[in-house]
Ligand binder design. Structure first.
Ligand code: UDP
Ligand code: MG
Length: 306
């Protein structure tokens, strides 16, 4: 049987200080796996402004397992890994950060989970070494997202994961522009297994995820996987309308003009919110239709006739 191949997809945004260390870690992985697997490394330069691309070009020239894609500008991490996925030819694909925050040794565990039958092995953080702000925002983000998302998106899990060819090919059929990849992989289903790890500090350089990019990611996560915000507006509006109505009636009885005015305004705001939420439901459904996700995903097809 032909040897199976594993593709590493490595998004690169200004990682000149990390590239030598990253490449040597990848060489170690290749060395350890060479009896069992072929490998390919797909670096996606996401519009780096430092000399990352020069370094990558040199690696490409001397190493036949190295492949490089380079964007015309910074398109963002999620788009970078999407491009890497499009180019990957392996039987399994591993997404891994370039700053060594995702410890390369964890790949062995991801591969073991795959060998034992998992279609998705996702690295779940037990501990993380990051700034207080990053830890706090991430903690809240994952928990609120889990409450509201229509699908089960695991907490404390980034994009560091292994997916099989079948999952990769399915992922490639999702045409949506605002991509929250972890959400999409969860959406796809199949056998998904967590692999626990402790997240390292960034080895060198600084995070390419500005506050603005973090907010955009959170926005994509919520809007991509939940219509709950619209529903919350509807529920709040209904409550306000009821309270306002009760207050108005009470104001008529007391009688208190002030109470009537305040209550009436409250009820009116409630009615406006409910109306907005109703319109929102239609827009939300239109949005889901436009996302154009597949209606269902088959794992296997056992048919007698073709
Ligand atoms: N990255 C990217 N494009 C960006 C920002 C980041 O390709 O616009 C890459 C970055 O080089 C790294 C990975 O995505 O390999 C994770 O980014 P980073 O370490 O900056 O984020 P953090 O770990 O701070 O969340
Ligand atoms: Mg990082």
């Amino acid at each position: 049987m032909a040897m199976k191949k594993i593709s590493w997809v490595l998004p690169i945004f200004n990682e000149q200080e990390n590239l030598p260390r990253l490449y040597s870690a990848l060489q170690t992985l290749r060395e350890h796996l060479k009896e069992r697997y072929l490998v390919e490394f797909i670096f996606v330069d996401d519009g780096s402004k430092d000399n990352s691309l020069e370094q990558l070009t040199k690696l490409y020239e001397k190493d036949p397992d190295v492949n490089v894609l380079s964007f015309s500008r910074n398109f963002g991490h999620q788009i970078a890994i999407t491009a890497g996925l499009d180019a990957a030819t392996g039987d399994a694909i591993i997404f891994m950060d370039a700053d060594l925050q995702d410890p390369p040794e964890v790949c062995y565990d991801l591969i073991t989970a795959w060998e034992q039958g998992s279609d998705v092995a996702y690295a779940k953080r037990r501990k993380r070494k990051d700034s207080f702000l990053k830890k706090l925002t991430a903690y809240i983000f994952y928990r609120v997202l889990r409450k509201f998302a229509e699908i089960d998106i695991p907490a404390d899990t980034g994009d560091f994961r292994l997916i099989t060819r079948q999952v990769a090919d399915t992922l490639k059929t999702f045409p949506e522009k605002h991509r929250f990849m972890r959400g999409l992989v969860s959406y796809i289903g199949f056998k998904q297994t967590p692999v626990l790890f402790d997240r390292n500090e960034r080895k060198a350089g600084k995070s390419g995820y500005s506050i603005k990019k973090m907010f955009r990611l959170a926005e994509d996560a919520f809007t991509g996987f939940s219509l709950a915000p619209i529903m919350i507006v509807g529920v709040l509006g209904t409550l306000l309308a009821l309270i306002g109505l009760a207050g108005t009636v009470l104001g008529l009885f007391l009688p208190s003009e002030l109470l009537i005015i305040i209550s009436f305004m409250t009820a009116l705001s409630g009615v406006i919110m409910v109306s907005l939420a109703t319109i929102g439901q239609y827009i939300g459904r239109t949005y889901q239709q436009v996302q154009d996700r597949p209606l269902y995903i088959l794992q296997k097809k056992l048919l007698h006739s073709p």
